[in-house]
Write a protein that binds this ligand. Structure first.
Ligand code: NG1
Ligand code: ZN
Length: 533
């Protein structure tokens, strides 16, 4: 049963460190793992209340710090449909995390219960998972302490990628309904992706092996398992950076964030001209592709490129299937390369919206389209099909053999693409499926448009909270006058664009710049950074 006595007794083992202010941000709580003990306990309590509020629906808890260093960790909550926690509850999570002592903890719980009219005697169910970080097991124990003290049911989903946990939550909550998402097991996840992939590439000539850098994280064993289920006769990968047992290796000099930020190969990479390569991040929810050109230049195919490729392919399929009522849209953030936006709007002629950083913003905007393609430039994203679009695709009847084939392929795509959240495994299969269809090399994919040279700089400032933005973070409203200074600088550069915003995950301000040439870009980024500092 749920009693405050039990909770207070258990909480004594998980005191909040003094003098720290916690915030549930775009990535949940994320920091040095050594500071997370009380957070884990309290997140457990929030998860239980959220589940009770939603009549016992399964709430997910993922323990990961994604692409951040190995000594960090973090935790985020997953809502019943596999989506990010509803925003109003982020505020509750923050208040509970900051309650200085047991009295305040109980008061905060009581307030949340009263405000949401929660019946604490209702059932609650939690599904949790963790990545490969060494700090994981201790944090899991703190989480379990809370869930047990609150008398809740729970399931340990074990070592998983972040998107697998999102998948599991959605499956459990939709089981036995018309809206069933799949079998709520890891093998159910692999089978769903594998069946869809095999169908889409059947009768097509397979591609050369793909090098996949798994950031020495959970993506390595999971990709290996997935490939086994699909069959090595259908897809072949060379898994690199799979050292999940080696201390300090996670995300170190490898992974999607390293490759995207540095726009270079991971050191020691054997990828050479003609090879196809990709990188995941530490929890396998980001994906970037890259290759080395014949002249030795490194070429990155980031989230923007994946969005362009996916939108193009889906639009073609929709047309070929004769279901033109289905409208495709793309959602980006201000970090999208200017030339990607031009390509989408001018060449593909697809509507594009720009929203604030953070997956929840992209996800919600993408839900407004029949088919909403959303990707952050860093490689996090997916494609959402609306209920009506799914219905149309499921019931469509082809009038020609070509239409029938296209409809079947669209149907398979809806299974191949993880509808809950960006998923490196699923996204990789999507890209591989499209490239197999077109029999394209990475270079051919890359021909769609050429990225403007761009630079992302991190500036550590005294107080990043004074930087306030508007217009999907593209303009500063505070500090007063700074935006006008940035605009004046930008005007001096051909195809110049630059914006400044406070990071939601690090104690720093990010400066983004792009311009016609590499030299101009670097100079613009540097000069804007100087204005900020
Ligand atoms: P912040 O630190 O708020 O810029 C970063 C990424 C986001 C998103 C979050 C969550 C960039 C520029 N920012 O956010 O896109 O992925 O982390 O992990 O890549
Ligand atoms: Zn991640």
């Amino acid at each position: 049963a749920f009693t405050f006595e039990n909770i207070v007794t258990a909480s004594a083992l998980h005191p909040k460190p003094q003098n720290i202010q916690f915030t549930y941000g775009t990535a949940g709580f994320r920091m040095k793992a050594s500071l997370l003990d009380s957070i884990m306990f309290r997140v457990g309590l929030i998860a239980v209340l959220r589940s009770k509020k939603l009549d016992g629906s399964v709430i997910g808890v993922m323990i990961t710090a994604s692409h951040n260093p190995e000594e960090d960790n973090g935790v985020k909550l997953v809502d019943p449909r596999g989506e990010m926690l509803e925003q109003s509850w982020e505020v509750y999570a923050t208040s509970l995390a900051n309650a200085p002592n047991d009295d305040a903890l109980v008061e905060t719980l009581e307030r949340i219960i009263a405000q949401n009219k929660i019946d604490v005697n209702k059932p609650s169910n939690i599904l949790y998972a963790y990545d490969t970080r060494p700090s994981g097991p201790a944090l899991v124990a703190s989480l379990e302490d809370a869930i047990k003290a609150a008398g809740s049911s729970y399931t340990n989903f074990g070592l998983k990628t972040t998107p697998q946990l999102h998948y599991g939550v959605r499956c459990l909550n939709t089981q036995g309904t018309n809206d069933a998402y799949g079998e709520p097991t890891e093998i159910g996840y692999y089978n769903k992706l594998a069946t869809a992939f095999r169908q889409i590439v059947s009768d097509k000539q397979r591609l050369s092996p793909l090098y996949v850098d798994c950031a020495n994280g959970v993506g390595a064993p999971k990709l290996r398992e997935l490939i086994e289920v699909i069959g090595e006769d259908i897809i072949s990968v060379n898994i690199v950076n799979d050292k999940i047992g080696v201390e300090g290796a996670l995300n170190h000099n490898c992974g999607a964030d390293y490759v995207k930020t540095g726009q270079r190969l991971p050191p020691g990479s054997t990828v050479t001209s003609g090879d196809r390569a990709a990188s995941f991040d530490g929890d396998a929810d980001r994906l970037v592709y890259y290759y080395v050109d014949t002249d030795g230049t490194f070429r990155l195919l980031d989230g923007d490129k994946i969005a362009g490729l996916s939108a193009m392919f889906i639009m073609d399929l929709v047309q070929a299937a004769g279901v033109d009522s289905i409208k495709v849209g793309v959602v980006q953030t201000a970090y999208a390369n200017g030339n990607s936006t031009t390509y989408l709007t001018k060449v593909l002629k697809v509507p594009v919206s720009c929203v604030s950083t953070g997956v929840k913003h992209l996800h919600h905007e993408a839900e407004k389209y029949d088919v909403g393609v959303y990707f952050e430039a860093n490689g996090h994203g997916t494609v959402l099909f609306s209920a009506e679009a799914l219905q149309t695709i499921r019931t469509a009847k082809g009038r020609t053999p070509a239409q029938t084939t296209a409809i079947a392929q669209l149907r398979a795509l809806t299974d191949l693409i993880n509808q809950t959240v960006g998923d490196a495994l699923s996204d990789m299969l999507l890209v591989e499926a499209i490239l197999t269809h077109r029999q394209w090399s990475l270079k051919e994919w890359d021909q769609a448009y050429t990225d403007l040279p761009n630079r992302l700089v991190k500036v550590v400032v005294a107080n990043r909270h004074i930087f306030k933005t508007t217009n999907a973070e593209r303009q500063l409203v505070e500090p007063a006058g700074l935006q006008a200074d940035i605009d004046a600088l930008v005007a001096k550069y051909t195809s110049g664009r630059s914006f400044v915003r406070a990071s939601g995950t690090e104690d720093a301000v990010r400066v983004y710049a792009e311009a016609a040439t590499r030299a101009e870009t670097d100079e613009l980024a540097f000069r804007v950074a100087e204005l900020v500092f």
